[in-house]
Write a protein that binds this ligand. Structure first.
Ligand code: FES
Length: 147
């Protein structure tokens, strides 16, 4: 990706990071170094800014990015069991991604829909009132490319 559309000013840092994430889905160590060199900002500062904002990710997400809520309400209503079903099915831990890049699992705090806990998010969609049966159905649909 070319950085030339961005002026070499400090104010370009966030738009540049956003563009990289838009292109690659996350900010790799390699890209962070390129940004540091291009804007002549110390790498530690680039990381300082990027880690401050929750919009930036430092790991690749799967085609199906699954976020499992472990907030209080979801925890009380079985999020640990929900997470375990996904972990067993895809043989990855929270924070991981399947080798084929199909699925990534993330552990998140409250997704803001506690009234339908336990809740997960797959890409942009929220799924609530989950139990084993519903999760197995979701996994089936996901594998069939039907989500
Ligand atoms: S605790 Fe899970 S949505 Fe609020």
């Amino acid at each position: 990706m070319s950085f030339e559309e961005f002026s070499k000013k400090k104010s370009s840092l966030i738009p540049l990071l956003q563009k990289i994430q838009e292109n690659y889905g996350f900010l790799s160590a390699d890209e962070m170094q390129k940004v540091s060199a291009y804007l002549e900002i110390p790498l530690s500062k680039v990381y300082g800014v990027a880690t401050f904002y929750s919009q930036f990710r430092f790991r690749a997400l799967g085609k199906f990015a699954i976020s499992i809520c472990h907030g209080t309400s979801c925890h009380v209503n079985g999020s640990v069991d929900i997470a375990q079903i996904f972990k067993d099915e895809f043989e990855i831990d929270e924070g991981g991604i399947t080798p084929d890049g199909l699925v990534s699992l993330e552990r998140v705090a409250c997704l803001g829909c506690c009234s339908i806990s336990p809740v997960i998010q797959i890409n942009d969609k929220i799924y609530g009132h989950l139990n084993r049966k519903k999760v197995e159905k979701l996994i089936k649909k996901l594998k069939a490319g039907d989500l």
